[in-house]
Design a protein around this ligand. Structure first.
Ligand code: ASP
Ligand code: MG
Length: 408
C-alpha cells in the first residue's frame, strides 16, 4: 500500500461535473490499494471573485489582511466540502480538512504566509481509519489560531509540504495540461512533453514565463527532496517528473524554451557612476513590491551612465512613480524613459554547465532569422534575451529548432 498525495487545481475542480471527475479519480486511486490525501484549490475564478468583492466593500481603503485571509480561505473550503460530499455520495469514506484542521502552521504574514510546521498525526489517523482525506490548499493557521493563506497558487505548496510531512510515496500535481513542455505548444506546435526535469530547471522556466506551478512550492520540494509529477486531470497520460538532477539529465543541453510577453524596458539615463546608485534605484523600486527582472548597466566613459531594467508593461507607471523622488539624487540631469512592445525569450538547461557555446548558438540562430536582440542576461543554467514582441513567436520557434527540441 502506498501513501499518495494528489493536488487538483482550480480548473480541474471548476464545475460540479469536474468535481465529480476528480472524485472518481481519487476513489480509483484509493481502490487500487492506496491511502490518498487530495489537496484541492478553489474552483477556477473564485479567488479572483473574492478579491473583487473585498475591493467592492472597502472602496478607497485596502481590506485588512487578516480579514482578506478569512475571506480567501473560503474558496478552498467550498471545494473540500463539495469533493468530500461527492465521494460520500459514491459510497466512499472521505473527510474534508481545512489547513488549520490538518495541522498546517504558518507564520503571521497574511496573504503570503510561510509554512513553519505541519503536525500530521490527525491526517494519519484518518487515513488509517480508511478515510480519503480532502485537504484545503493554500491555507494554514498561525500558532495563535489566525487563518492565513500562502500566496497565489499556494495549493501547490500545500501538496508538496504535506507530501514531505507525511513522507508520501508519491506526489501528483494534477492540472489542465499534460506536463511541462519544451515550449508553449500554442506557439511551437511540435513542442514535446518533458519526461523528467530537475528542480532548478523547473524554477528557471517558471521565472521566465513557463508557469505550471507556484515557484515557492518547487523551492520547497527541492529543499526537502520531494519528487513530484505534473500531469493532466483530464486524461491518463503520464506527466513530467520533477526531481533532483541526475547525470543523464546533463547530456541534454537545453531542456526548454520559455517566453514572456508584455514586457517593458525602463531606462534611467544621466546617472552618476558611483557606489550606491544601483542600490538606491532598486531599493526604491523594490519598496513598491515590483518584480524587476533583467538589469543592464552601460559602461560609463564620462562618469555618467544608463541603467535599464525590464518589468511587466502594466508596472511601468508604478516603477516611474517609485523612481521620481530619487531621480535628483542620482545625477544632475537624470531622465526616465520607458519602452514597451518587448518580450523575453529564455533557453533553460542544466546541460549548459558542461556544454560551452550555447549562447553563441542562440545568438547565431536568432541573427540568421533576422531577429534583433536587445538585452541579454545569463545564469548558470539560463540565457535570456529580449526581442521585439512581434518577433517572439518566431524567435521561440527558431530556438526550438536550433536546439533540436522536437526530437526525443
Ligand atoms: N485559490 C488560490 C489561487 O487562486 C490558490 C491556488 O489555486 O493554488 O491563487
Ligand atoms: Mg491555481
Amino acid at each position: 500500500m502506498s501513501l499518495i498525495v494528489q493536488k487538483y487545481g482550480g480548473t480541474s475542480v471548476g464545475t460540479p461535473e469536474r468535481i465529480l471527475n476528480v472524485a472518481r479519480r481519487i476513489l480509483e486511486t484509493q481502490q487500487a490499494g492506496n491511502q490518498v490525501v487530495a489537496v484541492v484549490s478553489a474552483m477556477s475564478g473564485v479567488t479572483n471573485r473574492l478579491i473583487e468583492l473585498a475591493n467592492e466593500v472597502t472602496g478607497e481603503n485596502e481590506p485588512t489582511e487578516r480579514e482578506m485571509d478569512v475571506l480567501l480561505a473560503t474558496g478552498e473550503q467550498t471545494t473540500i466540502a463539495l469533493t468530500a460530499m461527492a465521494l460520500n455520495a459514491m459510497g466512499s469514506k472521505a473527510v474534508s480538512l481545512t489547513g488549520a484542521q490538518a495541522g498546517i502552521e504558518t507564520d503571521g504574514v497574511h496573504t503570503k504566509a510561510r509554512i513553519s510546521n505541519i503536525s500530521p498525526a490527525g491526517v494519519h489517523e484518518l487515513l488509517d481509519d480508511g478515510n480519503i482525506v480532502i485537504l484545503a490548499g493554500f491555507q494554514g493557521k498561525t500558532p495563535d489560531g489566525k487563518i492565513t493563506t500562502l500566496g497565489r497558487g499556494g495549493s501547490d505548496l500545500t501538496a508538496i509540504a504535506m507530501a514531505a510531512a507525511i513522507d508520501a510515496d508519491l506526489c501528483q500535481i494534477f492540472t489542465d495540461v499534460d506536463g511541462v513542455y519544451t515550449c508553449d505548444p500554442r506557439v511551437v506546435p511540435e513542442a514535446r512533453k518533458i519526461d523528467e526535469i530537475s528542480y532548478d530547471e523547473m524554477l528557471e522556466m517558471a521565472s521566465s514565463g513557463t508557469k505550471v506551478m507556484q515557484s515557492r512550492s518547487v523551492e520547497f520540494a527541492k529543499k526537502f527532496g520531494v519528487v513530484f509529477e505534473v500531469r493532466s486531470s483530464l486524461n491518463n497520460n503520464p506527466g513530467t517528473l520533477v526531481k533532483e538532477e541526475t547525470m543523464s539529465m546533463e547530456s541534454v543541453v537545453i531542456r526548454g524554451v520559455s517566453l514572456e510577453r508584455a514586457q517593458a524596458k525602463v531606462t534611467i539615463s544621466g546617472v552618476k557612476d558611483k557606489p550606491g546608485t544601483a542600490g538606491k534605484i532598486f531599493g526604491a523600486v523594490s519598496d513598491t513590491n515590483l518584480l524587476v527582472d533583467m538589469i543592464v548597466q552601460n559602461v560609463s566613459q564620462t562618469g555618467i551612465t544608463d541603467i535599464s531594467f525590464t518589468v511587466h508593461k502594466d508596472d511601468v507607471a508604478k516603477a516611474e512613480k517609485a523612481l521620481e523622488p530619487i531621480l535628483s539624487d542620482l545625477g544632475d540631469d537624470t531622465q526616465v524613459e520607458a519602452e514597451d512592445g518587448i518580450a523575453k525569450l529564455s533557453v533553460v538547461g542544466i546541460g549548459m554547465r558542461s556544454h560551452s557555446g550555447v549562447a553563441a548558438e542562440m545568438f547565431k540562430a536568432l541573427s540568421e532569422a533576422g531577429i534583433n536582440i536587445e538585452m541579454i542576461s545569463t545564469s548558470e543554467i539560463k540565457i535570456t534575451v529580449t526581442v521585439a514582441e512581434e518577433d517572439i513567436d518566431r524567435a521561440a520557434q527558431v530556438m526550438h529548432d536550433a536546439f533540436g527540441l522536437a526530437e526525443e
